[in-house]
Design a protein around this ligand. Structure first.
Ligand SMILES: *[C@@H]1O[C@H](CO)[C@@H](O)[C@H](O)[C@H]1NC(C)=O
Ligand SMILES: *[C@@H]1O[C@H](CO)[C@@H](O)[C@H](O)[C@H]1NC(C)=O
Ligand SMILES: *[C@@H]1O[C@H](CO)[C@@H](O)[C@H](O)[C@H]1NC(C)=O
Length: 376
């Protein structure tokens, strides 16, 4: 039988199944027990053939199953095996066991958004060879097991936004050559491993905003990678620094390169530096205490601070201010002297005040005229 033929048959079977459900209700109210039992068994058989779970709506022609918004606590066990698209969003599923989707190996799109997922077994997505879109947005995930997505060679779009993820393992994307969209906005991330970024060689759209980005040397790798990404035509939102205080609220991409100079300057500790900056060095974070002070020094260097103003400039500024104040005093003194002179001259009736008053007089009267004239 051809694929189309099989689909048509299953569509007919599904219709019969629906009709059966309706008549079951009617017969039930009539109390025809025997017929009901018979019909129920027929409905049951048809139900198996159709394979649409009670809580879901199946669109057989599209091989799409919509079980969204049903208050489900787990994945329905009787999903049609030919399902390509599975909507499980807006439920209360809180964990996925290993091989949770073994009954639907053809899946290409899986939406698990707005559930209560906090625990994903390491092999949760095992067997989904064809999965292209995986949506895990709006859950309660704190971390992701490094091998979680390794069984998804076709993965194109991954959405883990709006969770509580604080760390993404570098090897998470070991097989992400096909990934074109990666969304991790609204999480608790402070940094993103350069190795993880490099593994997404085909990514075109990136969503990173609303995380706790710590804009120190650790984020230089991300900055440089993003610059290249945008240059190649990639689309992204923004990386807004959450710390340190100097850069809080600033866009990582707008922090001048010069300020990253200390991150690149050679130091005795350079090797561990490069480990922290450019590659995954699992040991780098947990280092023996004897090197602690050195590391702390590094980190304080690492915090990007705007350079203090050179002292020369400060001195020049002080000089200018003093000069200004002195000349101000001088001017004041000259003014006082002038007034004194003028007063003296007025007393001796030789001051030039008289002509000055004359020139002021007409202007005053003109103003009065304007004010006194009635409104037109
Ligand atoms: C999330 O799902 C719940 C039901 O579980 C629903 O009431 C709520 O509206 C959904 N939220 C969004 C943003 O869709
Ligand atoms: C995931 O689902 C959310 C909510 O339904 C939607 O806004 C978002 O675009 C989806 N992500 C992808 C990659 O399709
Ligand atoms: C990416 O997809 C192609 C076919 O679309 C597939 O042959 C290849 O194996 C995939 N990449 C990985 C890393 O699995």
């Amino acid at each position: 039988m051809t694929l189309a033929g099989r689909r048509q048959l299953s569509a007919v079977v599904c219709l019969a199944h629906r009709a059966g459900k309706d008549s079951e209700a009617v017969l039930g109210s009539l109390g025809l027990l025997g017929e009901l039992l018979l019909l129920s068994s027929v409905v049951f058989l048809l139900g198996v053939a159709c394979g649409c779970p009670e809580e879901c709506r199946c669109q057989t022609s599209l091989n799409s199953v919509d079980c969204s918004h049903q208050g489900l606590a787990e994945i329905p066990p009787d999903l049609p095996p030919q399902t390509l698209t599975l909507h499980l969003q807006d439920n209360q599923i809180h964990q996925l066991p290993a091989s949770a989707f073994r009954s639907v190996p053809q899946l290409t799109t899986l939406n698990l958004g707005n559930n209560s997922l906090s625990l994903l077994a390491p092999g949760a997505f095992h067997g989904l060879q064809h999965l292209r879109v995986l949506n895990l947005t709006q859950n309660s995930l704190h971390s992701l097991e490094s091998g979680l997505f390794h069984s998804l060679p076709q993965l194109r779009e991954l959405d883990v936004s709006s969770n509580n993820i604080s760390h993404l393992p570098a090897s998470l994307g070991e097989r992400w050559e096909n990934l074109t969209l990666f969304a991790v906005q609204q999480n608790q991330l402070q940094q993103l491993d350069r190795v993880l970024l490099e593994s997404m060689s085909s990514v075109k759209r990136l969503f990173l905003k609303d995380n706790l980005w710590k804009c120190n040397c650790h984020l230089l790798g991300l900055k440089l990678w993003l610059e290249k990404f945008i240059y190649k035509g990639g689309v992204m939102d923004s990386v807004i620094c959450a710390s340190p205080d100097t850069w809080k609220g600033k866009d990582l991409l707008k922090i001048p390169h010069e300020l990253y100079q200390p991150c690149l300057s050679p130091s005795p500790d350079l090797e561990s530096w490069q480990g922290q900056l450019l590659g995954p060095a699992p040991g780098a974070v947990l280092r023996p205490p004897e090197s602690h002070s050195v590391k702390e020094q590094d980190q304080s260097e690492c915090e990007l601070k705007p350079k203090p103003r050179p002292t020369n400039l400060r001195r020049a500024l002080v000089t200018v201010i003093i000069a200004g104040v002195l000349s101000g005093i001088l001017c004041l003194m000259m003014l006082v002297a002038t007034i004194y002179g003028c007063t003296y001259a007025a007393i001796t009736a030789h001051c030039r005040e008289a002509p000055l008053a004359q020139t002021l007089e007409p202007a005053k009267t003109e103003g009065k005229d304007l004010l006194d004239s009635p409104p037109a």
